[in-house]
Design a protein around this ligand. Structure first.
Ligand SMILES: NC(=O)c1ccc[n+]([C@@H]2O[C@H](COP(=O)([O-])OP(=O)(O)OC[C@H]3O[C@@H](n4cnc5c(N)ncnc54)[C@H](OP(=O)(O)O)[C@@H]3O)[C@@H](O)[C@H]2O)c1
Length: 284
């Protein structure tokens, strides 16, 4: 089973490298195409375990599974080039934000589409991907898709577009919430007199330690908070301050803001407004 990855940017390269590293495909079974001549030349000079192809005409007919990893505003043009080369046995996995299964089915003239929503830690093999599969995809194909997506971390299958949008609010945008919290703690460390470097070490080691504890035990986050805090102690003072400032509600609202934004972007697409418009809105 051959795989073609279209778009050798951050995510395309992440997937191609992760699939190659997993040993699921050998070099001849993993193909890469990017429209940039310069990038293809650079990739050929690098030490990659995939074949670089110069055209879709050469690579598409050989592929059983096609990964689309271009920006959403390039999809119209790309679908126009792909459609005449596709056959209905091919399966497409798209990781493009805001581009629905229906749009891809119409634009490519095939039914077997998977829409996946990864997040940035996929780049270090710790990604969280939610995915939605068209009903035409068989069980065995689903299993294969999951194996591929899991090369970059973990995945969860959802059964509606709404859950793709919801997972955007939790895991898709989530790494930024964690960085926000880290930055706030680093700023507090600085104002207490720590150097930038010491602040970074204090905060990153604290996050790593807390995550390890959480993973190794069945305690809930609330259970862990109770373990760290003692009545009248320092941690309780901090937790009381968070509670008084309604921080839990604010984080809840932030996740919903991302969720609602994902819904809005999807609606623009339904209205068949230009995909460039979606991109511009996303960048704000
Ligand atoms: N980055 C994330 O954390 C993340 C998370 C979830 C989903 N995604 C999705 O992942 C997708 C890719 O994002 P990215 O950050 O990897 O983008 P990127 O770095 O811009 O990579 C896309 C690559 O595809 C190339 N390309 C554009 N049109 C093409 C075509 N018709 N044929 C072949 N190659 C083409 C681009 O070339 P040019 O640069 O010359 O245009 C570029 O090299 C996006 O749709 C995004 O929504 C990203």
């Amino acid at each position: 089973m051959k795989i073609l990855v279209i778009g050798a940017g951050n995510m395309g390269l992440t997937y191609a490298s992760a699939i190659a590293k997993s040993g699921q495909r050998n070099k001849e079974e993993l193909m890469m195409f990017d429209k940039s001549d310069e990038l293809r030349e650079t990739l050929r000079k690098g030490d990659h375990n995939f074949e670089v192809y110069d055209t879709l005409e050469e690579s598409m007919p050989l592929a059983d599974i096609v990964f689309i990893a271009v920006k959403p505003y390039h999809i119209e043009e790309l679908m126009g080039c792909m459609k005449p080369l596709m056959n209905d046995q091919q399966l497409v996995i798209s990781i493009m934000a805001g581009v629905t299964i229906e749009t891809l089915q119409q634009g490519l003239g095939i039914k077997k589409i998977v829409r996946a929503m990864p997040n940035l830690p996929a780049q270090v093999g710790k990604g969280m991907t939610s995915y939605l599969a068209a009903p035409e995809i068989s069980r065995i194909e689903l299993w294969m898709v999951e194996e591929l997506l899991n090369c970059t971390g973990k995945s969860v299958r959802v059964d509606s577009q709404m859950f793709i949008d919801a997972s955007t609010g939790i895991s898709g945008s989530g790494p930024a919430y964690v960085f926000y919290f880290m930055e706030s703690m680093m700023q507090a460390a600085k104002s207490m007199g720590f150097s930038d470097n010491d602040g970074k070490v204090l905060v990153s080691a604290t996050f790593e330690g807390a995550i390890e504890l959480f993973k190794k035990n069945k305690l809930t986050p609330d259970g862990w908070m109770k373990r760290v805090a003692s009545k009248g102690g320092t941690t309780q003072a901090a937790l009381d301050s968070l509670q008084d400032n309604n921080v839990k509600q604010l984080i809840h609202d932030a996740a919903y803001a991302a969720f609602n934004r994902a819904i809005e972007l999807g609606k623009y697409e339904e209205k068949e407004e230009k995909i460039e418009t979606v991109h511009e809105i996303k960048k704000v």
